[in-house]
Design a protein around this ligand. Sequence first.
Ligand SMILES: CC(C)(COP(=O)(O)OP(=O)(O)OC[C@H]1O[C@@H](n2cnc3c(N)ncnc32)[C@H](O)[C@@H]1OP(=O)(O)O)[C@@H](O)C(=O)NCCC(=O)NCCS
Length: 156
Amino acid sequence: MITESDIGLAVPDDAVAIAALSRRVIEHGLEWRWTPQRVLASMADADTNVVVARQFNDLLGFAVMRYADEEAHLLLLATQPRCRRQGVGSMLLAWLESTLQVAGIRTIKLETRSGNAGARAFYKHHGFVEHDRRSGYYQGVEDAVRYLKQLGLPDA
Ligand SMILES: CC(C)(COP(=O)(O)OP(=O)(O)OC[C@H]1O[C@@H](n2cnc3c(N)ncnc32)[C@H](O)[C@@H]1OP(=O)(O)O)[C@@H](O)C(=O)NCCC(=O)NCCS
């Protein structure tokens, strides 16, 4: 079972595994953009968090979020196919949402491939609302569906 203590910031040694998972389960059929170099650059970027779910040396999933003044952009989120529907994706998202509460950011945006029914069900489950569609957004191969979520105010 996954717990909060299994979630934490990625380290440079994770870059290859993160990039490979992105290529396999997010970027399939597209030109590979999230290479190890780009993942490493994101880790080094002060406005971006790269987060992993890890048990012992096993990387179960990861997420990348970029922060702006008023909103955050969830750029990537993926879990290993062998550990789906076990709460790993939800735990990564909850970790990132807690950072937003601290930063006073209340809006999360993201986009996902229109044909990705699993991801769309996941985001809907977590209170994201579909607000827009971008034709051919993914290298002309597939449309994007864009989602927004407004977070509540932290408890007083
Ligand atoms: C989308 C993804 C991150 C979800 O990760 P996960 O670890 O399986 O998610 P969770 O176990 O936390 O799911 C929480 C809830 O979301 C919903 N959900 C998740 N995956 C779903 C699916 N394939 N179909 C329908 N509902 C789904 C369910 O309500 C689920 O709760 P339940 O299992 O009790 O019914 C994972 O399927 C994945 O990595 N997909 C490939 C990459 C991807 O599409 N990333 C997102 C776009 S960048």
